[in-house]
Write a protein that binds this ligand. Structure first.
Ligand SMILES: C[S@@+](CC[C@H](N)C(=O)[O-])C[C@H]1O[C@@H](n2cnc3c(N)ncnc32)[C@H](O)[C@@H]1O
Length: 449
């Protein structure tokens, strides 16, 4: 059986994500592990797939200058053309003839003769005429949206909550490839020891600047190493590693992680607690609690008890004041992880995001009584939206005089973030994707008096 080429794989992935609502990361991992690509080809599949997803709005604009009606094109033909435009506009190593030949070959394989003729014609026309000029678009709102390949409502949201300059910096950062980042399992090795072990496998890393558990991977496929299978590390962005620093659990504590699946932060807390104390990890979905169990097993952690439960009913399952720490890493719009999941730009709507706010609010309300007096409630999201973050906390505090922003919060943050947190208000921090090359992330710590 012949295997699909790099471009066919990228095209299938684009179809799966844009037309069948597959998740980009999961679809890509599956495609890369089920085909025998070299490291170089894996990297090209990733670049093409993420590149087109990220720049889709800009590429759509370019394409519409060369076809009368995109609606008449089959989905795969339209995506094949976007894939080809992407190579010309954003990659400099692919010669024009290779762009056309590869696309025509795929079109011949998948469609009738007329289709390959159309693909050939459109691409040659585009190569002759050059890239259409976005600067001629009259409306500034539309022009910026096309230029940065973000929907208009999303740029509006950030512009209203911060300013235009920050909105564009966020959008620009979202179009960059994300770092591959791992968290050392301190139970098995120090960060330095892990870096040395990876180096023996030919994988170079550099230490992260924000978390002492973080290594940034420079080359190679870390999940395929035996070190991953043996639980020496977890794939996790550096911003979310800071949650464990904020929670700062000690070995005698009982911790509730109320929105825990797939367990990135739960397992980090268990590692930090050195397999002592107790962690109860909840998730609404049973398949997500299973993922936590699998991760704990791989990492050699045995203090985590998982339960499929709606956090909004947790107050009926546990006694009041039972936990030293309650972590609420709530479901959110994910606007901080667009670099890793560019489909968020095209799939989410302002309405859908607003629908999450009452859920987050009720998770906060219904778990707050579980925190002991003197204990901490930590609220986090991977989003950049004040309505889900700062405003959510302000509203909670206005109704709960028994809580206040935890005063030593800043001491647990890396120096570079201390100023940022004073801007959002003491006790909370908003990481932006353009400051430290991390995902956008929000963390807040409240103390029960
Ligand atoms: C942002 S993710 C958590 C990520 C996790 N903390 C980690 O670090 O791997 C939010 C999780 O909340 C879960 N969830 C959504 N609504 C929930 C609810 N009402 N109660 C409990 N979990 C919920 C989702 O299934 C999802 O796994």
């Amino acid at each position: 059986m012949s295997h699909p080429s790099v471009r066919e794989t990228a095209l299938d992935l684009l179809l799966a994500v844009t037309k069948k609502h597959a998740y980009s990361q999961i679809a890509l991992n599956e495609a890369l592990s089920s085909n025998p690509f070299s490291d170089k080809d894996k990297s090209l599949v990733t670049t093409l797939f993420y590149g087109v997803l990220q720049r889709k709005l800009t590429l759509d604009f370019y394409l519409s200058a060369f076809v009368h009606s995109k609606k008449k094109l089959d989905d795969w033909v339209e995506l094949l053309l976007l894939l080809s435009f992407y190579q010309k506009v954003y990659l400099d190593r692919i010669p024009d003839h290779a762009i056309v030949n590869e696309a025509v070959m795929i079109a011949k394989k998948r469609g009738h003769r007329g289709i390959s003729g159309l693909v050939n014609g459109v691409l040659r026309h585009f190569l002759r005429e050059g890239i259409p000029d976005i600067s001629k678009v009259q409306s500034e709102r539309k022009r910026l949206s096309l230029q940065y390949s973000h929907p208009e409502w999303l740029i509006d949201l950030w512009k209203t909550q911060w300013d235009l300059s920050d909105a564009l910096k966020i959008a620009e950062a979202n179009n960059q490839p994300p770092n591959v980042v791992i968290r050392v399992n301190r139970i098995k090795a120090t960060r330095e020891e892990l870096a040395e072990k990876l180096a023996v496998e030919g994988i170079r890393t550099i230490p992260g600047q924000l978390s002492k558990d973080c290594l940034i991977v420079q080359n190679g496929s870390v999940v395929e190493t035996h070190l991953f299978k043996e639980g020496f590390f977890t794939i996790q962005d550096e911003s979310s590693m800071l949650v464990a620093d904020v929670v700062a659990p000690d070995q005698s504590m009982t911790v509730l992680d109320a929105c825990a699946g797939p367990g990135g932060k739960t397992t980090h807390l268990a590692e930090r607690m050195g397999n002592q104390g107790k962690i109860i990890a909840l998730d609404l979905h049973p398949h997500k609690t299973q993922l936590i169990d699998h991760a704990a097993e791989r990492l050699g952690l045995y203090t985590i008890e998982t339960r499929a439960l709606d956090a909004r009913t947790a107050h009926t399952a546990f006694k009041e004041s039972s936990f030293d720490r309650v972590l609420l890493d709530v479901p959110c719009s994910g606007l901080g992880v667009i670099r890793r999941k560019p489909e968020i730009k095209w799939m989410k709507s302002a309405n859908e995001i607003n629908g999450l706010i009452p859920i987050q609010q009720s998770i906060l309300e219904e778990t707050a009584t579980l925190v002991k007096s003197g204990g901490w409630l930590i609220y986090s999201t991977c989003t950049i939206n004040k309505d889900e973050n700062e405003a959510q906390i302000r509203q909670f505090l206005a109704q709960h005089s028994e809580f206040h922003l935890e005063p030593t919060f800043a001491e647990r943050l890396p120096n570079v973030l201390r100023d940022t947190q004073s801007q959002s208000g003491k006790g909370m921090v908003q990481l932006m994707p353009f400051t430290c090359q991390t995902d956008g992330f929000f963390i807040c710590c409240l103390e029960r008096k």
